[in-house]
Design a protein around this ligand. Sequence first.
Ligand code: SF4
Length: 257
Amino acid sequence: MMGKVLRIEKTSIYDGEGMRTVVFLLGCPLQCKWCSTPESQNSACQNLYGKEMSAEEIVDEVSKDEIFFFHSNGGLTLSGGEILQQPDFCMEILKECRYRGISTAIETSFYGKYDYIQSLLPFLDELYLDIKVMDRKKHKSYTGVYNDLILDNILKLQKESWHGNIHIRIPCIPTVNMDEENIKDTALFCKDIPGLVDIELLPYHRLGLETYRKLNLEYALKDIKAPDAEELKTVAALLRKILPQTTIKIKGELYHP
Ligand code: SF4
């Protein structure tokens, strides 16, 4: 089975446990204004980037790193774009990794049919989910879609007998989602997530700016600066207040009050 791949990154330490080989898939139905891979949002741009690969080619490439996985408890992470755009392709990759004994994780916005999500769960160890903005209208204005489907999909996990780990990630973007109301709403929502291992804050960055320039796309958040350490700690403290038992991380590091 063939799929659209943006790139493969080796020895990442930010996309799951241990050292990961991260396979970025092309295509995303969202249009987040802060997106660092705008080439994923636009099908015309997708032709300029990435390539078609078979699931077998990908798993063969990932398998080359097994020695790193063994020593670090690492494995494969499928990321995007939005991986739920290519559910059958993802399943082939995850299934084959499982067969070869490679640990599996996905990073997803969870914006996709729940059937697709259900079909991936049996082959999955770790699930990394973004919660961007809780207010549905604000979510639509910053990402192009309402968040109802995403939140519904997360709550549906309560009915699954899947025993993998769930990690919530919040991209922290000043003036967009770091206000007290949004963080409180996010924390209260997270209370009901089964198997939640931790919540991680990911500071906004501008690493995709060069791609916007190359593609002649307008970058909507040009006046927003990355949050500083104190701002991130304020968000972490608020989460901790509402979720005292939950591990909070700031870009991979444990938050200590
Ligand atoms: S979900 Fe991720 S890949 Fe898709 S537009 Fe948003 S930031 Fe970009």
